[in-house]
Structure formats: structure tokens, C-alpha cells
Design a protein around this ligand. Structure first.
Ligand SMILES: *[C@@H]1O[C@H](CO)[C@@H](O)[C@H](O)[C@H]1NC(C)=O
Ligand SMILES: *[C@@H]1O[C@H](CO)[C@@H](O)[C@H](O)[C@H]1NC(C)=O
Ligand SMILES: *[C@@H]1O[C@H](CO)[C@@H](O)[C@H](O)[C@H]1NC(C)=O
Length: 458
């Protein structure tokens, strides 16, 4: 992998360049202020030091639930780790405040699609340089350490596997910044779900038993009450199963496709992961599409009527207008991917859950995504300016869909389409992973949440 070569160290030169950033608010909108983290660079007035979220003692059973824990004294490894994170935090902040670009021969984030290209880049490079993940080794596949890599939830298995074999993994828990709980929600859902029982308990107990096991065997869970631990789930039930352990649900970083802010997803603590469908397990044949001038259809959607949003869409638009191609089933002479490639805009509605692979399909094929979702936390929203390459439509605006899209000026559409192509690298799945691809972006989201907390000694 390119990033593991020693020469990549040469990358960390600093140059000066501009930018402005706006988005701090995003982080604070959806949750209680006492729990909100932020970019080191967001939110704080220029020249003030970045107050990372301070984490206090855990083993103190009397600590009020809403107070963050403190780590015990005398742990020199932890001190070292916190010191290095503090330096990384300062560098990211510096890149933000001083408008500094970093050098990188491979790729330099630049352009309006980034909320703050310089601080993102610096943060990304610091992640590559420092970030260490400890994966608990306990537990056997398939419930642990394994998840299916195919199908629309395949990213769950791909990510789990790529973390386990990645250069970010450390075998020494004393050097880790975060601890990975390798439970497989897909496997739990398929092996442990008893149809006639319909109870969440047996599923949640698997997660609870695992966390109890690692909390008893190692000091790390109790030390922070789970704040520096993370789990990964693309399956719809990820949020429900994480509720089996209250600190996992409330404190840990949950990397979820089902990023529904009405169901406890907290954008400042949790990570929204894109759902990605790779029919043959790779990106073969998925990337690329014609330019805007060869896209005769205004807007396209095809798929099952899962959930109320799609029902509304069908009721309003199915077979009504040749510019608005909305289908439950596609005729045989209209292959699905061809339709995406012939369309300017592609609708990505919520289904049974908020995420859908359509968003990434559209980006892969050069169709501008139209997000039709309630309560969805978009992936990488702390880094990317979604408004520069996608369109948000409220559910109540479905009747105006065509007018809204027709009102977008041609130049603006062309700009969004081009921007989508420029940033699709962040959604690409590579084997092995490549720098700045979806694997690294998801890790970067985890890293970002970790550098915003600070384990504190009394
Ligand atoms: C950052 O620096 C560049 C020149 O390197 C300048 O064009 C830009 O306006 C600056 N941005 C800010 C926010 O100071
Ligand atoms: C962590 O806390 C739990 C519950 O309070 C306790 O049973 C367990 O022994 C603790 N783990 C360690 C390693 O001390
Ligand atoms: C998001 O959560 C809310 C609250 O539970 C729910 O009503 C809504 O249907 C969910 N959205 C989707 C698409 O599942």
C-alpha cells in the first residue's frame, strides 16, 4: 500500500494556502451540548486553545451518568498517547487557523466540496501517521471477527475484514487510540434471530456478553466507559443491538449505515457509514458514466416500495411524466445501471431504513444524488459539503420534485456533477484499500471523534 512506504513520510511538509470554514454548527445541532464534540478547528474562536472533550473516571460507580469519566493515575502509556493526540489536535487546529495547506504528492483535498480542505488534510495525514486500533481477539467467527462481504450490507464485512488486516491495527492494546469490538450484527441477525420469538433480548445478549467479557478481562472498557471503543454495523439492527449495552449505545463510537438521528444516532459521537452495493464484490463496471450532455432523463428512481417515503414517491410520480422516471419494476429493456447513466439526477429515498446504496451508485456513475430522507446523518458530513454535489429534497416537497430540479440552473448542475466525480474516490472500495478511499474516510471519521476527546488524569 502506498501509504505504508517510508517515503510517504516525506509527505508531511507544510505550505500555506487559503480557506474558510462554516460548518461547526452541524455538530451541535442534534444533541445535548454537554456531549457534543467538535473538530478541534470548529466552533472555537480564533486563537483560543481547542478544548477537547474531557473524559473522567469510570470506575467511580457513583459518577453521574452524564459526566464523562477520568482515567486512573500513573499510566504512562496513556499519557504518551494523550500527548501525541494533543499535538495532532494542535496541528489540525493550526492548519485551520493559519490557512495552511499540507503537501501530498498523491492527493491534496481542495475545492468547495470540502468544508475545510486544510484541516481535513492535516487531520487525515495525522491519522495515517499515528492512528492505532486495537482489535479484541476474543470470540469466534461467524458472530465475531467476520461478517458477510456481499450484498447491500457488504460494507460491514469488508470494513471488519479490512480493519483486521490493516496497518492501523496494533497488537499492543497499550499503544491503541481506539478499541474495536468485532461483533457482527449481520451474523447475529442471521444466526441468532428466532422468528417466532421476535425478541431483541437474545441478540442483545450476544453483544452484552461480549462487552462483559472484554470489560472483565482487560482494563480498557471500564477505564473510559466505552468512549474510546467502537463497533461497526451496516445491518438495520445495528442501533437496536447496540442498545443491549448502555455505555456502548451512549458512549462508544457506533459506525452505522442506519444513521437515523431519530433513533439515537449522534452525529458528533457516532459515524455514518455509506451503504455500498457491489454486485460482484468489486467496483468492476460500476465507475464512470457519460457527460451531462448525454443524459436525456431528468430524474430516475427504481426500486421496491419499502417504507412511506417511497410510497409517496410512487403515488405522486409513477408513470406521470417522461422526464421523471419513477418505477417499482424496470422493464427489461431498461437495465438499472443504464438508467442511472442516462439520468441527470438520481433519487435516493429512504427505504425500511435511512441509508440506501443508491447514493453511492449515483456518485459512481456520475448521476447527481437527490437525497429524499428524513433524519439521515450523511456520511463524512464533517468533511464534505454535501450541498455542492447533491440535492436535498424534503418529503413534503415530493409533489414539487420536477420543478425543484428544473429550477437548478444548467451551470450549477454541471458543477455538481463534476464535483461528484471529483470526490467519488472517498466512496470507492478498494482491495487492498487506497489512500482517501471509503475505508480511510470511515477510519478518519473514527479518528476525528477520538481526537476530540481527551482522557484525563485526576
Ligand atoms: C488563504 O490563503 C490563500 C493564499 O494562499 C488566500 O487566497 C485565501 O484567501 C486565504 N484564506 C483565508 C481564509 O485567509
Ligand atoms: C469492570 O467493571 C465490571 C463491572 O463493574 C467488573 O465486573 C469488572 O471486573 C471490571 N473489570 C476490570 C478489569 O476490573
Ligand atoms: C427514523 O427513525 C424514526 C423514529 O424511530 C422513524 O419514525 C423513521 O421511520 C426512521 N426512518 C427510517 C427511514 O427508517
Amino acid at each position: 500500500m502506498a501509504y505504508s512506504s517510508p517515503s510517504s513520510k516525506l509527505v508531511y511538509f507544510v505550505v500555506i494556502i487559503p480557506f474558510i470554514l462554516v460548518s461547526a454548527l452541524l455538530f451541535t445541532l442534534n444533541h445535548k451540548p454537554s456531549r457534543s464534540y467538535s473538530w478541534p478547528s470548529f466552533q472555537y474562536p480564533v486563537n483560543s486553545p481547542s478544548p477537547a472533550k474531557v473524559i473522567e473516571q469510570t470506575s467511580d460507580a457513583a459518577a453521574p451518568e452524564d459526566q464523562l469519566p477520568v482515567v486512573e493515575n500513573g499510566n504512562s502509556n496513556l499519557k504518551r498517547i494523550e500527548a501525541s493526540l494533543a499535538r495532532a489536535r494542535a496541528k489540525v487546529q493550526n492548519a485551520y487557523h493559519n490557512n495552511k495547506t499540507s503537501y501530498d504528492p498523491y492527493y491534496v483535498p481542495n475545492g468547495p466540496m470540502y468544508r475545510n480542505p486544510n484541516s481535513f488534510h492535516r487531520s487525515y495525514l495525522e491519522m495515517e501517521r499515528l492512528f492505532k486500533i486495537y482489535v479484541y481477539e476474543d470470540g469466534e467467527p461467524p458472530l465475531f471477527h467476520y461478517s458477510k462481504k456481499f450484498g447491500i450490507l457488504g460494507i460491514e464485512g469488508i470494513l471488519l475484514h479490512q480493519i483486521e488486516i490493516s496497518k492501523f491495527r496494533t497488537r499492543d492494546p497499550e499503544t491503541a487510540h481506539v478499541y474495536f469490538i468485532p461483533i457482527s450484527v449481520q451474523s447475529i441477525a442471521s444466526y441468532a434471530y428466532v422468528i417466532h420469538d421476535r425478541s431483541w433480548d437474545p441478540l442483545r445478549n450476544i453483544a452484552r456478553d461480549y462487552v462483559n467479557l472484554i470489560a472483565t478481562k482487560y482494563p480498557y472498557w471500564n477505564r473510559t466507559r466505552g468512549y474510546d471503543h467502537f463497533m461497526v454495523a451496516c445491518h438495520d439492527w445495528g442501533p437496536k443491538i447496540s442498545r443491549g449495552v448502555s455505555h456502548l449505545y451512549k458512549n462508544s463510537i457506533r459506525v452505522l449505515c442506519n444513521a437515523n438521528t431519530s433513533e439515537g444516532f449522534k452525529p458528533s459521537i457516532d459515524v455514518s457509514m455509506p451503504e455500498i452495493y457491489l454486485p460482484d464484490g468489486t467496483m468492476n463496471g460500476l465507475i464512470g458514466g457519460p457527460p451531462p450532455s448525454d443524459r436525456p432523463i431528468l430524474v430516475f428512481y427504481a426500486g421496491g416500495i419499502h417504507g412511506y417515503i417511497r410510497q409517496l414517491l410512487m403515488d405522486q410520480w409513477e408513470d406521470k411524466d417522461p422526464d421523471v422516471q419513477i418505477h417499482e419494476y424496470l422493464p427489461e429493456n431498461m437495465p438499472y445501471y443504464d438508467m442511472i447513466r442516462k439520468s441527470k439526477y438520481c433519487i435516493c429515498p429512504s427505504g425500511w431504513e435511512v441509508a440506501s446504496p443508491r447514493m453511492v451508485e449515483a456518485l459512481y456513475m456520475g448521476c447527481v444524488p437527490v437525497l429524499l430522507k428524513d433524519h439521515y446523518a450523511k456520511p463524512f458530513d464533517d468533511v464534505l459539503n454535501w450541498g455542492t454535489f447533491s440535492v436535498d429534497i424534503q418529503v413534503k416537497q415530493i409533489p414539487d420534485l420536477k420543478n425543484i430540479l428544473m429550477d437548478i440552473r444548467q451551470e450549477q448542475y454541471i458543477e455538481m456533477q463534476k464535483t461528484g466525480i471529483q470526490l467519488r474516490r472517498h466512496f470507492e472500495v478498494n482491495f487492498p484499500p487506497k489512500r482517501y478511499d471509503v475505508f480511510h474516510m470511515i477510519l478518519h471519521s473514527i479518528w476525528l471523534r477520538r481526537i476530540n476527546i481527551q482522557l484525563h488524569e485526576r
